[in-house]
Design a binder for this molecule. Structure first.
Ligand SMILES: Nc1ncnc2c1ncn2[C@@H]1O[C@H](COP(=O)(O)OP(=O)(O)OP(=O)(O)O)[C@@H](O)[C@H]1O
Length: 276
């Protein structure tokens, strides 16, 4: 089945699940954009259109059936007036973002709009030219390019990160393995990180970022390379972290979850946004 046919079938299937036409258009456009960007065949990226439509319908039903959320708490992350230039190019111009405990913010924008740059600034890894970031609580940061060590075993990475978060070896391994299992991954004994697939390294990256119950999670497109099931699992984690009172910031290109997040920070430059 070619991608056009797949997208058409997805639209039909979603209509069959009685999803609103706007939602159908939204999801089909998002899937089409992902296929265009990734160059992947649709079946490999998302599975069958029937299965994907059912999963979307389920996730929307879960959303509307979700019990009342706890009210957002204190401000965990505040970025004010963030401006960043590389040589003469201004990448970020006076960007503001405030995220409270129990909130999810999505950072969106075209390739090169400065999403990763903004997250690195929020994580304290990069200094802005002007503006200020205030972070209250423990930070978990999942960079876009896996922050993993090639020659370590996953367990060794869990122990390393756990040590920095005050966890002993056994507890670190336990938490790491449980996190891996929740993303449908069971690390095989003796396999170094360099031998893991791209999607699995990304799972490792995400598990490490979320170890030690951070108050603020900064996630830079953490699901790249995930298959469809794991991608949906990832968003379930996001909602759980939010309901546990964490502040979560997710950089994303994909739009289907945007109506479920508390705020969307669009870094597309004003002139480009107007032209689009
Ligand atoms: N160290 C650097 N020196 C010069 N330019 C840089 C540097 N880091 C990033 N850039 C440029 O800044 C712009 C923003 O990069 P950034 O990675 O933040 O964008 P992005 O929105 O995350 O992109 P993508 O969606 O492709 O991941 C890009 O044009 C990039 O080439």
């Amino acid at each position: 089945m070619d991608n056009d046919r797949w997208l058409w079938t997805l639209g039909q299937e979603m209509a069959r699940h009685q999803l609103a036409p706007d939602a159908v258009r939204h999801v089909v456009a998002e899937a089409a954009a992902h296929l265009r960007d990734s160059g992947q065949p649709a079946l490999r990226a998302f599975g069958t259109p029937e299965g994907y439509a059912a999963a979307v319908a389920e996730s929307l039903a879960a959303r509307y059936g979700r019990p009342a959320r706890p009210a957002p708490g204190r401000v965990r992350l505040s970025a004010r007036g963030i401006t960043k230039r590389y040589r003469r190019r201004t990448i970020l111009r006076s960007v503001d973002l405030t995220v409270r405990a129990g909130e999810v913010a999505a950072v969106v924008g075209a390739n090169g709009a400065g999403k990763s740059t903004f997250l690195r600034i929020c994580a304290g890894l990069l200094a802005p030219d002007s503006g200020e970031v205030t972070l209250d609580g423990r930070l978990g940061y999942c960079p876009q390019d896996a922050g993993t060590y090639d020659f370590l075993l996953p367990d060794e990475q869990f122990v390393l990160i756990g040590a920095g978060r005050g966890l002993d070896r056994e507890r670190s391994k336990q938490i790491g393995r449980a996190g891996a299992a929740s993303l449908q991954w069971r690390p095989a004994a003796g396999v170094q990180t360099r031998h893991l697939s791209g999607g699995t390294r990304q799972k490792l990256n995400l598990v490490m970022a979320s170890m030690g119950e951070p108050d603020v999670l900064l996630l830079d497109e953490p699901y790249q390379g995930f298959d469809r099931g794991t991608y949906l699992d990832f968003w379930q984690h996001v909602w759980r972290w939010r309901d546990e009172g964490r502040a979560v910031v997710v950089v994303t290109h994909l739009l289907s979850q945007l109506d479920q997040v508390d705020q969307v920070l669009d870094l597309t430059p004003a002139s480009e946004g107007a032209a689009a």
